[in-house]
Ligand binder design. Structure first.
Ligand code: HEC
Length: 335
């Protein structure tokens, strides 16, 4: 880059991040121009029509049954993945909730296993139960070679993903409208309202004239938010509420416990350690952790690789938010 001098390594990293996100933004939606028979739409000649088996035990052909003429959202997961996948699944669940009963009717969500030998239909079914996945979202397995081919064709093949310690799983979602031929890579960590809006507007692409994006109105207002709140929204919000209205929480079918007052309810040392390494505490069979696990469908909270500063920010956000929700807490039921 002649002519430009970046001052510090941090500036270089930030610069590279900016460039790569721009590349992601502007190189997509990806179009396969001239693929196959001169058509600009990825069709049957592009996608392998391989058979996949759903968590319900149905055999479905990738092109004919799953994507032909449909608006789809596809990601690749594996159920043994303990780091990013649980959060990824929880965030897509948010998108599913926003889209409501359109999922399974005019939008289809597919999570395809990249560990098909282990992820049998039975294992996938178990997984959908643990996450309380609603209808219209299929978890699929199949032959490893077929799935690798699909990942390559969808541009979501990243060599390192299979590695032991890989958390580099962040660009693993593709949204597409097979009929219009528009495909866009994204990340499950995108704001679920934005994802839902993208899918929604793509759907209408070929049905209705484009209108203003009303879903944005439901997104949180722009205001100065603390580091703790920002972290909570991206890493925790998909599984936890803080003082959520119990009926709303039920409707939302939260994955994890409501965190109202948790900083008072729990011993600080326990809480700090839980945030840093819930997986280790569960492995050590910490009694409180085990009790919570049993209460929450045996779905373990993932290790979110939080550092000390992040944990501190999160806990003070939870504390503030709890105080805001219950200004004069006279409650005497502490456990
Ligand atoms: C994929 C879902 C998921 C995500 C993401 C997640 N959690 Fe959890 N969390 C759980 C579940 C489930 C439990 C219940 C214990 C268990 O089953 O392991 C839990 C338990 C907890 C507890 C203990 C509650 C208590 O009553 O003592 C705290 C505190 C907590 N989570 C905080 C967080 C914070 C803060 C974040 C974000 C940095 C977060 N969690 C992200 C699923 C999640």
């Amino acid at each position: 880059m002649q002519g430009y001098r970046l001052k510090s390594p941090t500036a270089v990293v930030i610069f590279l991040l900016l460039v790569s996100s721009l590349v992601i933004l502007w190189s997509n939606p990806v179009r396969a121009a001239g693929e196959g028979s001169g058509s600009s739409v990825w069709g049957k000649d592009y996608f392998p029509n391989v058979p996949l088996i759903s968590h319900e035990g149905r055999t479905l052909l990738f092109f004919d049954d799953l994507i032909k003429d449909k608006v789809v959202m596809i990601n690749f997961i594996f159920t043994r993945c303990e780091d990013s996948c649980p959060l990824e699944t929880a965030r897509l669940r948010e998108v599913q909730k926003i889209l409501g009963d359109r999922v399974g009717k005019d939008v289809f969500i597919y999570s395809i296993s990249i560990d098909p030998e282990y992820d049998t239909p039975q294992v996938l079914k178990e997984y959908t139960k643990r996450y309380d996945i609603g209808p219209g979202w299929l978890f699929l397995t199949g032959k490893e070679d077929d799935i690798t081919l699909l990942r390559k064709k969808l541009g979501l093949y990243i060599e390192e993903i299979q590695g032991e310690d890989s958390t580099d799983h962040n660009l693993s979602l593709i949204i597409g409208n097979q009929r219009s031929g528009r495909w866009m890579r994204s990340t499950p960590f995108e704001n679920p309202y934005v994802l839902a809006t993208q899918i929604g507007s793509w759907l209408h692409n070929w049905k209705l004239p484009p209108k203003e994006k009303r879903n944005y109105a439901e997104a949180p207002e722009l205001r100065q938010i603390s580091k703790g709140e920002a972290l909570f929204r991206t890493r925790c919000d998909a599984c936890h509420s803080i003082g959520g209205d119990p009926t709303a929480a039920l409707a939302k079918r939260m994955i994890g416990p409501d965190l109202l007052g948790v900083t008072k309810k729990r011993d600080p040392a326990w809480l700090n350690r839980w945030m840093a390494e819930p997986d280790k505490m569960l492995a050590e069979k910490d009694p409180l952790a085990m009790a919570l696990l049993a209460q929450y469908r045996n779905l373990p909270m993932p290790n979110l690789r939080l550092n000390k500063v992040e944990i501190e920010a999160l806990l003070s956000y939870i504390e503030e938010e709890s105080r805001r929700k219950v200004p004069h807490d006279h409650s005497s039921h502490k456990h």
